[in-house]
Design a protein around this ligand. Structure first.
Ligand code: 89V
Length: 344
């Protein structure tokens, strides 16, 4: 099969590793880069071996006619650049979070639907090696229909060093990290029928948005009680394990624990079975972001299969509306200190 020719929008921290992950997958060729600052795009093209540089995205689409675009800009670029792709009928993968409001996200999904153009969201947590092992274990029914689950992501890691724009976001942890956990919980348990959330801002004035959030959801047919704990905070932690998620899921037939260092422990009446699900180590990945950056490879493989028409993509724009709906419902709940009910 001929490699798909694609263009990257955005030349920041994630764009560099994402291009390396595309090359790891094979089957594509990056033919152009757009960034609103031409200097940054030129440096990217030089360092990463990309042949064409643009500071005008429309000109790129007209001249290069890529098979698809990977939109790896900050959230402010997601809506205008995705809509531009839809207008040109160029399939697009948009970085998470898809949009900063539900109305924007719906407008984006509808624009691609109207033009019958594929649209996906790059949502990679559900592709992390240990989280995929957890999802597979739950889907296999090993512990029965779970009645309760807890996902924990607590870290003092300086995420702002590589992504300074995150400091200015009015809404921070639920849109940057929460979307990943909502999406993973959906992959594990199905759709949510209610959300309750509390947030804290403990890093003001350096970080504008909420950096601590606790969410309680009722999910799926079993109305599983799902607790999401997240913090980028100066909590004194005995052990920093960024960017690992820990989880504990209870069901009528047993429990599954995802602990530090990728250990999955499945306990049933037969006893406890422990297995380590470490991510592959890639030379191009920043070791401090190991499990997160390694997950881009299976995530992109899944989206590439969909772009080639070979298999369904898991994280379509339309599917991702449900992840965003939870995210915005959580903000709504936190603002009004009330449970928000959703129709599944
Ligand atoms: O994907 C992300 O949003 C990254 C993380 C380290 C959480 O994976 O910031």
């Amino acid at each position: 099969m001929k490699p798909l020719r694609f263009a990257i929008f955005g030349a920041g921290f994630w764009a560099r590793v994402q291009l390396a992950a595309w090359r790891e997958c094979g089957g594509t060729e990056c033919v152009a880069i757009y960034n609103r600052s031409a200097g940054k795009a030129e440096a990217f093209a030089r360092d990463m071996g990309v042949p064409a540089v643009y500071d005008d995205p429309e000109k790129l689409l007209r001249e290069v006619q890529p098979d698809f675009v990977d939109n790896i800009t900050e959230v402010g670029g997601h809506k205008p650049l995705s809509l531009l792709c839809a207008r040109h009928r160029v399939p697009c993968i948009c970085q998470k979070p898809m949009a900063s409001s539900m109305a924007d996200a719906r407008a984006m999904v509808e624009a691609f639907a109207r033009t019958k153009t594929p649209f996906f969201v790059h949502e990679n947590f559900r592709w992390q090696t240990p989280l995929r092992a957890l999802i597979d274990t739950l889907r296999a029914g090993t512990i029965g229909a779970p009645f309760r689950a807890r996902f924990t992501f607590l870290s003092g890691f300086d995420v702002w060093a590589n992504q300074p724009a995150l400091r200015e976001l009015e809404r921070f942890i639920l849109t940057d990290l929460g979307v990943h956990l909502f999406d993973t919980a959906r992959a594990c348990f199905g759709e949510a029928s209610s959300v309750y959330c509390q947030t804290h801002r403990t890093l003001l004035p350096a970080v504008q948005g909420e950096n601590v959030a606790t969410v309680l959801l009722a999910m799926g047919q079993a109305r599983t009680s799902v607790i999401l704990e997240m913090a980028y905070a100066k909590t004194a932690l005995e052990r920093e394990i960024f960017p690992q998620t820990q989880a504990f899921v209870e069901g009528p037939l047993g429990s599954v624990e995802l602990g530090a260092d990728y250990w999955l422990r499945v306990t049933t009446k037969k006893g406890t079975h422990s297995r380590r699900h470490a991510p592959p180590r890639y030379a191009w990945a920043d070791p401090r972001y190991d499990v997160a950056q390694a997950s881009m490879v299976p995530c992109l493989r899944n989206l590439l299969g969909a772009l080639q028409g070979q298999s369904p993509g898991e994280t379509t724009g339309r599917d991702n509306l449900k992840t965003l709906q939870l995210t915005f419902a959580a903000y709504d709940s936190a603002a009004r200190n009330r449970v928000v009910h959703l129709t599944i």
